[in-house]
Design a protein around this ligand. Structure first.
Ligand SMILES: [Fe+2]
Ligand SMILES: [Fe+2]
Length: 253
C-alpha cells in the first residue's frame, strides 16, 4: 500500500527546484507507463474462462496495483509544486504497440517480462537516487509490486515455452516487429533522459550532470544485463537473448 506523506518532503528533505522538476518529469513518465500496464491485463480479463479463476484474480490484482502506482506517482508530481511534466509522442507510440498485441502470451511476454522487467531496474535506480525519502519509498514499494507482475509473466512464459518450445520464435518475432514499428524513435524521450540525469546527479552543475550521465548510462547497461539474464532463464540462447534485449523499446516499457 502506498501512502504519500507530503510533510516528509518538506524541511531538510525538500529537493531543489531543478531536481524537483526532474522528479516530476520522471513521475509523469512512470504514470503514463502505469496506465499501459493497467490496460493490457484489463483487456484480457473478460476473455478468460472462470475455470481459470486464479489467472483472472492475479490479473485483476495487477490492474489494482497499476491504478495505485499511477495515483501515487501523479500525487508525487503534484506534491512538490512542479506538477505533471511532458509526455513524448515516442513514448505514446511505444505503449500503443504494447496495447495492440492480440495474443495473451505475447502480450504477457512484452509487458511483464520485457517491459516490467526493465522497470524493476528503473525503480531500483529511482529508489537509490531519489532526492527525498518519499520518492525513494514510492519507488521501492512499486518495485515490490512489479516484482510480482514480472514473476507471473516469467512463470507463464516458462510454462508455455516448456510445452511449446517452437513458440520462442514467435516471441523473437514479436520483439523484432515492435522494434521495426518503433524505428522512428531514436532513443528514450529527451524529457525523461534529462530528468534522470539531473535527478541522479543531484543538480545541474557541470559536475552533477557528468555524474548523473554516468549513473544513467550504468542504468541502461544494467537494464540490458537483467533482460538478457531473464531471457536466458526462459531458454533463449545467449546470442538471441542479446539481440532481443537490443531490440527492446528505448522507452523501457
Ligand atoms: Fe506499476
Ligand atoms: Fe506492473
Amino acid at each position: 500500500m502506498i501512502t504519500i506523506a507530503v510533510d516528509a518532503m518538506g524541511g531538510d528533505h525538500a529537493p531543489r527546484p531543478e531536481v524537483e522538476g526532474a522528479v516530476a518529469q520522471i513521475m509523469t513518465f512512470l504514470t503514463e507507463n502505469e496506465f499501459a500496464a493497467l490496460y493490457v491485463p484489463a483487456r484480457f480479463i473478460p476473455r478468460i474462462h472462470p475455470h481459470y479463476r486464479e489467472v483472472v484474480e492475479v490479473l485483476a490484482m495487477q490492474v489494482v496495483d497499476e491504478a495505485r502506482h499511477a495515483e501515487a506517482f501523479t500525487r508525487r508530481a503534484e506534491a512538490g509544486g512542479a506538477g505533471l511534466g511532458t509526455t513524448a509522442t515516442s513514448g505514446q507510440l511505444s505503449l500503443k504497440t504494447l496495447l495492440e498485441e492480440p495474443d495473451f502470451t505475447t502480450a504477457a511476454f512484452l509487458l511483464c517480462v520485457m517491459g516490467e522487467g526493465t522497470f524493476l531496474t528503473l525503480l531500483k535506480f529511482l529508489g537509490e537516487h531519489a532526492p527525498d525519502p518519499v520518492t525513494s519509498a514510492l519507488a521501492k514499494l512499486a518495485h515490490r509490486d512489479e516484482a510480482r507482475h514480472v514473476a507471473f509473466g516469467m512463470e507463464h512464459l516458462r510454462y508455455v515455452l516448456e510445452r511449446e518450445p517452437e513458440r520462442k520464435t514467435a516471441m523473437v518475432a514479436a520483439v523484432e516487429r515492435r522494434s521495426r514499428m518503433l524505428a522512428s524513435i531514436s532513443g528514450l524521450s529527451p524529457y525523461v533522459h534529462d530528468a534522470l540525469v539531473v535527478m541522479a546527479g543531484g543538480g545541474v552543475s557541470v559536475a552533477q550532470i557528468r555524474a548523473g550521465a554516468r549513473h544513467v548510462s550504468d542504468l541502461h547497461r544494467e537494464m540490458d544485463r537483467a533482460r538478457r539474464e531473464r531471457l536466458q532463464s526462459l531458454g533463449f540462447d545467449v546470442e538471441t537473448a542479446a539481440q532481443m534485449s537490443e531490440y527492446h523499446t528505448k522507452n523501457f516499457m
